[in-house]
Design a protein around this ligand. Structure first.
Ligand SMILES: *[C@@H]1O[C@H](CO)[C@@H](O)[C@H](O)[C@H]1NC(C)=O
Ligand SMILES: *[C@@H]1O[C@H](CO)[C@@H](O)[C@H](O)[C@H]1NC(C)=O
Ligand SMILES: *[C@@H]1O[C@H](CO)[C@@H](O)[C@H](O)[C@H]1NC(C)=O
Ligand SMILES: *[C@@H]1O[C@H](CO)[C@@H](O)[C@H](O)[C@H]1NC(C)=O
Ligand SMILES: *[C@@H]1O[C@H](CO)[C@@H](O)[C@H](O)[C@H]1NC(C)=O
Ligand SMILES: *[C@@H]1O[C@H](CO)[C@@H](O)[C@H](O)[C@H]1NC(C)=O
Ligand SMILES: *[C@@H]1O[C@H](CO)[C@@H](O)[C@H](O)[C@H]1NC(C)=O
Length: 599
């Protein structure tokens, strides 16, 4: 792996230094991570979002795959916790919608995106090699819109892993394109006089039929006929072994058009190639030392070349001009480009250039997605820095992770609807001096659900306790009285019930329990802590505390606790009308919450 990405690896060391410096701050309080009562294991990075013109954003969700280190072995450092690394969906304001990190066992994920096939939504991703989960070669996955795996793409035989850069699905999900890499020995005397033999990391791609497993197309950069090693702008050092193979091409995206031709982006020849789907020959080159076009723009070390339009006379493509890698910098700042190729005059014109909003350079990774309404969604990668622009390039939104512990290889925005296979999760707590004067507090979430409009809380006998609009990944609700068994229904905009949680037993105050000491020994540490989400708009930062504080509960709770301590042991009496003596093993966190709010 280190031979394949020597440059990347060197850069990560540099970047790693920065990340760790920032971590020292971030690590202390974890306020940069999500924190849910219902899903304490989901500690996904939070976004800081600046919305400039919210109403002009394209509808859709962000598809992000946070990871802390591309070489997964490094994850064992303790800088990561479950569930953080893996595919994640956020809404248009940066609020978490789905964390798939636990589902993929925290395996580094690349190229996570959504598709619409046969009228249904799917997602796909590349899970990169990770020995800890016994997947040393990595593989591709296809999930349906309930997040169930419906397809897997193993790494190609012969190659030691599935290349992380691209998993492009075609023809309603019946075909896949992915990049190939393989060290081979070649005569390099054109590049270095006298070097009759040296190892090069050759790059190619293949298209396979996912139904039959048949290989429908395969192409290799050095074997296609007329791409020369001299096109590479990557210095040739001593390619004496497979491990030291010269990374001369470094392909990082492959697209296909309706004519059946392909477009390949090569970072180290600084060139985008159009490849014939008939014989693999180069139809045109854009950029680099041998461009087929006269260009009114320059680019280098680019990513993510995609067709927007193509006719016999004209082609329009989009890509991200990084303009730099970890060693060189050719452009003052990175930019998302749309360029028009006139095939009659062989002129290439930049019709749109969206510079990185903070004027920085994206030395590695990144992508540029042109959305259906003409907006551009751009991933500048580090910290998952993303931005959305209107068709004039004007900035509508920018966002990045609240801390610098994570990056994402690419980021996309897609329309998506999902009803997860797993049910909603609810936790219920009751507070008060006695069951007669109790308040119940409920938390509910449904990892990945996009269609919930409100939550309807019910006692186990079917009585409606109340309904509350969904407020984000997790919604809290309170009702007077205590109810031993409760559940919640997910209500869609059209009023239909699309999901139901299991009946949960309410967690009652320790003080209500007759055998307090005994219970303490078995105490679980469930604590309804503060749930914060930070959203800022252009006028400044607005912090929402979706917590007890908003409900004005802490003061009430603290006085109640004091009274409770004085009054002593109470009997548990819920819904039954009479006194029953049910002992709950889990212990409520009343005193913890009160302490927190008083401090
Ligand atoms: C994909 O599915 C849609 C809807 O079923 C259909 O209209 C379309 O022709 C399909 N496309 C291909 C390339 O099979
Ligand atoms: C879409 O429909 C086609 C034709 O029935 C089928 O072969 C294909 O597998 C479907 N796509 C997915 C992702 O299930
Ligand atoms: C490469 O091959 C194509 C197709 O045969 C041809 O059009 C092109 O001129 C060749 N390019 C070079 C640099 O030889
Ligand atoms: C290719 O172009 C780069 C600048 O883009 C230049 O530095 C390099 O020397 C050129 N290489 C060759 C072989 O012409
Ligand atoms: C995100 O916002 C928080 C709170 O305002 C701030 O402390 C933090 O530095 C921000 N993160 C970045 C990367 O700007
Ligand atoms: C998103 O998908 C849903 C479900 O297919 C559809 O009703 C809606 O119109 C789509 N929205 C956009 C902006 O494409
Ligand atoms: C109501 O909305 C849900 C979720 O979008 C959908 O699955 C269901 O089919 C809709 N029901 C009706 C009757 O339209």
């Amino acid at each position: 792996m280190s031979s394949f990405w020597p440059l990347v690896s060197a850069t990560l060391l540099l970047v790693g230094g920065r990340v760790e410096a920032a971590l020292d701050l971030a690590w202390g309080d974890d306020s940069d991570l999500t924190n849910f009562v219902t899903r304490p294991e989901i500690r996904t990075p939070k976004f800081n979002v600046t919305l400039y013109e919210k109403e002009r954003l394209s509808p859709g969700y962000w598809f992000i795959a946070p990871y802390s280190h591309i070489f997964q072995e490094k994850h064992a450092t303790g800088y990561y916790q479950p569930c953080q690394t893996g595919p994640s969906i956020y809404d248009n304001t940066g609020e978490l919608v789905w964390s798939g990190a636990c589902q993929v066992k925290n395996q580094n994920t690349c190229d996570f995106r959504a598709w619409e096939f046969n009228g249904s939504f799917y997602t796909s991703a590349i899970l990169t090699p990770f020995r800890d989960v016994n997947d040393p070669q990595g593989h591709g996955i296809l999930l349906d819109n309930s997040f169930q795996t419906v397809g897997e793409l193993p790494a190609p035989i012969r190659m030691h892993n599935l290349n992380m850069h691209e998993l492009n699905l075609l023809d309603n999900g019946t075909k896949a394109i992915h990049i190939l890499h393989e060290p081979i020995e070649r005569d390099l005397s054109d590049v270095k006089p006298g070097l009759k033999s040296g190892w090069v990391m050759d790059i190619g791609f293949r298209e396979i039929d996912l139904i039959t497993g048949e290989l429908t197309f395969e192409w290799w950069a050095s074997r296609a006929g007329n791409i020369s090693f001299t096109e590479s702008n990557m210095p040739l050092r001593r390619p004496r072994s497979k491990q030291k193979a010269w990374n001369w091409f470094h392909g990082n995206s492959v697209d296909k058009n309706e004519d059946g031709d392909y477009m390949v982006s090569s970072r180290f020849t600084d060139t985008i190639y159009k490849i014939s789907g008939k014989d693999g020959s180069v139809i045109w080159r854009l950029g680099g030392n041998m461009s087929s076009f006269d260009q009114d723009f320059a680019f280098s070390r680019q990513h993510d070349a995609r067709w927007l339009e193509h006719t016999t006379d004209k082609e329009v493509i989009s890509f991200l001009n990084n303009g730099a890698d970890d060693v060189i910098q050719n452009s003052p700042q990175s930019a998302a480009l749309i360029v028009e190729l006139d095939k009659t005059s062989m002129m290439a014109r930049a019709v749109k250039r969206i510079k990185r909003p903070d004027d920085g350079v994206t030395r590695m990774r990144g992508n540029h997605q042109v959305l259906k309404n003409g907006n551009s969604f751009v991933c500048w990668s580090e910290n998952s820095y993303i931005s959305e622009h209107d068709s004039n390039g004007d900035l509508l939104m920018e966002a990045e992770f609240a801390s610098s512990r994570f990056v994402t290889y690419r980021a996309y925005k897609f329309n998506f609807t999902s009803v997860p296979a797993e049910p909603p999760v609810m936790k219920a707590f009751v507070y008060g001096t006695s069951p007669d004067a109790a308040t119940s507090v409920f938390y509910v979430s449904w990892n990945g659900a996009t269609e919930v409009s409100s939550w309807r809380f019910k006692s186990s006998d079917g009585k409606v306790l109340g309904e509350k609009q969904r407020t984000g990944f997790e919604t809290s609700f309170q009702a007077t009285g205590c109810h031993r068994g409760t559940f919640v229904e997910a209500v869609a905009v059209n009023g239909s019930i699309i999901g139901t949680s299991p009946v949960v037993t309410v967690i009652k105050p320790q003080e209500w329990d007759e055998e307090v000491e005994d219970a303490k020994l078995e105490a679980s540490t469930v604590s309804p802590g503060n749930i914060e989400s930070t959203v800022s708009d252009s006028s400044g930062v607005r912090t929402q505390h979706l917590s007890f504080s908003d409900d004005g509960l802490p003061l009430l709770l603290s006085s109640m606790t004091l009274i409770m301590i004085c009054v002593g042991v109470w009997f548990w009496r819920c819904n039954s009308g009479g006194r029953s003596r049910i002992r709950l093993r889990s212990v409520g966190a009343t005193s913890k919450v009160v302490d927190g709010s008083l401090a």
